[in-house]
Write a protein that binds this ligand. Structure first.
Ligand code: GLN
Length: 536
């Protein structure tokens, strides 16, 4: 039977529920359990695909093309197991389904209500992944903070589900904040007491408290939290600020979070967790023998969460190279022809980031021209790849108005174009080229040297594509297509022949980089940056 763990959040948002859920899942997986994590988000968008990155950080795309919350990225990076559309559900999706059912007459004669119709649909979705029998344990993270109006139906669904699942088959972990008041020199338990009280009002008694704190929890504080929140003292878990999120599984292991959870679920904790590879990774991450500086040029740089997976990709690739990767986030708009040398001074490699819309385009082109001409390693992702094509078109091929159809629909040289099948689409949600696509790599190219094989698969999220009418011209001038889609012939990777490292992909390699499998493009790019630094 599949067992269920629910993770709720109290006091404030941004406590790192995703990391705690992923860390616990990692420990359970390391003990031999089959685990997956899903996230239920209380907002009304059908998915975060239509959200500005400033609102909600990066939109993470799964193999099956779902546009999801960035926490799913943590789940995959920690567990090295792919997630899917079923792992991320929003209020919008729940209501969409119920309303559709209502129109079809599924509830004919009945008043359709939050309870039971919405909560039933939430419960159904919560158990969907469990039906396959593939998992021993499913961890469900509830977005938002307990007490929010919009999370109420989710908490109610958890209450009902716990009752239906019966004793020992589920547990609730409440992640909360224990703030430190410097003036009083004390850790404060009251906010936690209040948020547990709120949960209790809704009929949910948490089994385990995970307490985010800047200082160690004394025995006395633990006892107080346990006593006033009705939990066992062993179930008060300290989650102290860590220097890297990848430390958190080991910190949770020290606090016995996995053991406590398994005991409550009446599952065996005999197998010690096998964390050797994880510790190996951490060892390399924390003991770099060198350092490189990478510029990330993008338009959402004020919020690094907008580039979460890229940042993590560099952490994985850095560890592989035993090299600390210092990423500088550079606002694309600020890069001009005049200041580009100054802006990129000291950078061993430059990445131009994914993005949408015209803002910052010129800055990206300025950065790309500079690194192309100065032999600085370059890595382009999605819009970054498209920009490298525009730059090459304008400055090498002399196509002065080379552009992407996205930026200028009237250009006479749409080197990046809209595909026929995209032309009649008016809906903005879920209509891009999304999810995993095969890519064939040409032998003898840099891409082949990096991947070491000809057949790969990568995840996409974009509307526009390289315009193959220009391919011959580009290849003759030295920008070659080294990867293409075997079915459609669409160009997926471009690279420069006469450059130490100039590689750009139409896909998002960052979405597939995990601790267990750092992405080869990131690993090679960091190695190229390192080589560039050494040659200076
Ligand atoms: N805006 C571009 C497109 O839609 C690139 C998207 C991206 O970088 N993810 O094709």
């Amino acid at each position: 039977m599949t067992k269920y763990i629910f993770v709720t959040g109290g006091v404030t948002s941004s406590l790192g529920k995703g990391i705690i859920a992923a860390s616990l899942a990692k420990l359970l997986q390391a003990r031999g359990y089959k685990v997956t994590i899903q996230k239920f988000d209380p907002y009304i968008n059908i998915d975060p695909g239509t959200l500005n990155p400033y609102e909600h950080g990066e939109c993470y795309v799964t193999e099956d093309g779902a546009e999801t919350d960035l926490d799913l990225g943590h789940y995959e990076r920690f567990l090295n197991v792919p997630t899917s559309q079923a792992n991320n559900v929003t209020t919008g999706r729940i209501y969409q389904h119920v309303i559709q059912q209502e129109r079809e007459g599924a509830y004919l004669g009945k008043t359709v209500q939050v309870i039971p119709h919405i909560t039933d649909e939430i419960k159904r979705r919560m158990q969907l992944l469990g039906e396959s029998g593939e998992y021993d344990i499913i961890i469900t993270e509830l977005g938002g903070t307990v007490g929010d109006i919009e999370s109420l139906p989710f908490v109610e669904a958890v209450r009902q589900l716990r009752w239906e699942l019966g004793a020992n088959n589920s547990l609730v972990i409440h992640l909360t904040l224990v703030p430190y008041l410097a003036a009083a020199g004390e850790l404060k338990t009251k906010p936690t007491q209040h948020s547990v009280k709120t949960l209790l009002e809704y009929g949910v008694q948490p089994d385990i408290l995970v307490c985010r704190t800047e200082h160690k929890l004394s025995q006395e504080i633990r006892k107080k939290l346990a006593q006033f929140c009705n939990v066992n003292i062993n179930a008060v878990v300290e989650s102290i600020d860590a220097s890297t999120i990848y430390d958190v599984p080991l910190l949770m292991l020290k606090e016995n979070l996995d053991k406590t959870a398994l005991t409550k679920l009446k599952l065996s904790n005999k197998n010690e967790p096998d964390l050797e590879n994880w510790k190996n990774f951490l060892g390399k991450l924390k003991n770099p023998t060198s350092e490189v500086c990478i510029a990330l040029v993008g338009k959402y740089v004020e919020l690094p969460d907008a580039y979460k997976s890229i940042t993590e990709g560099f952490i994985h690739a850095g560890a592989t190279n035993e090299c600390k990767v210092k990423v500088s986030y550079i606002a694309a708009e600020s890069v001009t022809k005049e200041n580009v040398a100054e802006k990129l001074k000291g950078m061993d490699g430059v990445l131009v980031a994914p993005g949408f819309g015209e803002r910052g385009l010129d800055g990206k082109l300025n950065a790309i021209k500079y690194v192309r001409e100065n032999n600085i390693p370059f890595f382009g992702i999605c819009l970054g790849m498209q920009c490298s094509v525009i730059e090459f078109g304008r400055n090498v091929l002399g196509l002065k108005d080379a552009n992407s159809f996205e930026m200028d629909a009237n250009t006479s040289n749409p080197v990046i174009n809209l595909m026929e099948e995209q032309k009649n689409i008016t809906n903005m949600g879920g209509t891009m080229r999304l999810g995993a696509y095969d890519c064939e790599i040409k032998k003898g190219t840099k891409a082949f040297a990096i991947y070491g094989k000809t057949k790969i698969s990568e995840r996409h999220r974009h509307r526009y594509e390289f315009n193959n009418d220009y391919l011959k011209q580009y290849e003759a001038a030295g920008m070659i297509a080294s990867g293409f889609n075997p079915e459609t012939g669409l160009v997926e990777i471009v690279e420069l022949k006469n450059h130490p490292f100039f590689v750009a992909g139409q896909f998002h390699p960052e979405l597939k980089s995990t601790v267990a499998n750092p992405h080869p493009l990131f690993v090679s790019f960091v190695a190229a940056a390192l080589a560039n630094k050494k040659s200076k």
